[in-house]
Write a protein that binds this ligand. Structure first.
Ligand SMILES: N[C@@H](CCOP(=O)(O)O)C(=O)O
Length: 462
């Protein structure tokens, strides 16, 4: 399998090089040169597999011979041995129409662990095998940071710096990142928004001289390995809910950076018979507006009950755009340049219709989010975190009467007690989260200033 850039200006590279490159050197995003196709008979075989065996089958399609079979199996086994549920990502039936795919059984109680436990181990593997320096630079609106740090903390040959928006993540998210006092970890709290943090790291990755000199590696979903690992649970969950009366299966996906839902899109393109992808978001609803109106244009930033989705510019939108525009890299490059200059992309009616055939969207406002948490707690004794609540509210808006829906539960409610308390629900923290409150924090608060960040990175990355 070879990888190319959405902007068409990068030579084809293999999987491991794509992982190391992170953001494509031409500023685009890496994607497989062809999407592997999975036949109906293969899907039937796969439906019987454990999570780990399924991950092995799917990863192999993209990794080929680059990692020997036994070593890949070992990497997968280690990555999912840290999960608290033997199924890794179990599916719970809530009603006849609604299933919840619990993605929060990993070390940091968020879906990011599913990919980042693997990517952390993969980086350690590459560092050892190829003697590569791995200096990770990432941006987070709360979950990715903690999960990436947990994935690589203490690992030899790896350093990690995470930028998060100061005081714009939940207390537990902040503690998960900043109570880590390992020598290879640096947390920068930027006085700005997640978009500022993501903008900064994207600029630094696009500066190929700086990137290569400091061996910058990505853990955000700009890295294709993240997307790949996240496709696995779409297959796994689909197989769990396939029903006797063969109702269509939708997925409702809380999303900010378009990465998780893009993984679902990729699964569908590989041959998984997903019906509709329901995009759930909050007041920061650029993606909802794109799906409903065909205009991609950042709006006003809002702090919400679901801070991980407080994002205006969604990284993976470019990957979708590439496929929507029939893999026309030149057109993608010119539209992205236009976006940089004019701050907006508008697609034509034909492409809007294509988008709406596959996606539905609902931006869930604060009151609706809290109402959904309360209602599901009272009626089904199931406590949703605020992001999952947005997913469930979007399911209620967008699911058809002859369809079932799997909502991705992206995080454990204990990560967002600020919102849960507003519903007058008292929850018990898992022990790992309770302990965080007694630990000292290590972070540097910095201005929203790229030069200041660069100076700190130069000292930290060797
Ligand atoms: N919601 C994310 C933002 C970063 O997204 P990613 O999928 O590109 O890592 C977070 O919680 O940090």
């Amino acid at each position: 399998m070879e990888f190319i850039s959405t902007r068409g200006k990068v030579e084809k590279i293999g999987f491991l090089d794509a992982v190391l490159m992170g953001l494509a050197d031409d500023g685009g995003l890496l994607i497989p040169s062809e999407i592997p196709q999975v036949s109906a008979s293969k899907l039937k075989e796969w439906s019987q597999l454990s999570y780990q065996d399924l991950a092995y089958e799917i990863f192999s399609l993209y990794i080929g011979e680059e990692i020997p079979k036994n070593e890949l199996k070992q990497l997968i086994a280690e990555s999912y041995a840290t999960f608290r549920d033997p199924e890794v990502t179990p599916v719970r039936k809530i009603t006849d129409k609604l299933y919840v795919l619990e993605l929060f059984h990993g070390p940091t109680f968020a879906f990011k662990d599913v990919a980042l436990q693997f990517l952390g181990n993969l980086y350690a593997y590459i560092s050892k095998k190829q003697n590569e320096i791995i200096n990770i630079l990432g941006a987070t609106s709360g979950d990715t940071g903690a999960s990436a740090i947990e994935g690589v903390r203490g690992k030899e040959g790896i350093r990690i710096c995470i930028l998060h928006p100061h005081q714009k993540v939940s207390k537990v998210q902040e503690l998960q990142m900043t109570t880590v006092h390992d020598e290879n970890v640096m947390n920068l709290a930027v006085k700005g928004t997640f978009d500022d943090c993501q903008g900064m790291i994207k600029d630094l990755f696009a500066d190929t001289v700086f990137k290569n000199q400091y061996h910058l590696r990505a853990i955000n979903s700009i890295n294709f390995a993240r997307i790949l690992a996240q496709t696995v649970y779409y297959f796994y969950a689909y197989f769990k809910v396939q029903n006797a009366d063969e109702q269509k299966v939708n997925f409702s996906v809380p999303t900010g950076n378009f990465g998780d839902i893009f993984a679902g899109y990729l699964a569908k393109r590989m041959g998984l018979p997903v019906n509709k992808l329901i995009l759930a978001t909050n007041e920061n609803n650029i993606l909802e507006r794109f799906i409903k109106e065909g205009v991609y244009k950042p709006g006003q930033f809002h702090m919400t009950y679901s801070p991980s989705m407080d994002i205006q510019v969604a990284s993976n939108f470019e990957r979708y755009l590439y496929y929507l525009l029939d893999e026309n890299a030149e057109l993608v490059a010119s539209l992205m340049a236009q976006f940089k200059k004019e701050g907006q992309i508008t697609i034509n009616q034909e492409n809007l219709a294509k988008t709406q055939e596959l996606f539905a969207a609902h931006g869930v406002m604060g009151a609706e989010c809290l109402q959904t948490i309360s209602a599901y707690y009272q009626q089904h004794q199931y406590l949703l975190d605020p992001h999952t609540a947005c997913g469930v509210a979007a399911f209620e808006q967008c699911n058809g009467s002859d369809e079932v829906c799997i909502t991705l539960s992206t995080a454990h409610p204990a990560k967002f007690n600020e919102s849960i308390e507003r519903c007058n629900i008292e929850q018990t923290y898992p022990e790992q989260i309770k302990q965080l409150f007694d630990k000292p924090q290590y972070q540097q608060v910095v201005d929203n200033d790229q030069d200041e960040v660069v100076e700190l990175l130069k000292k930290f990355f060797v």
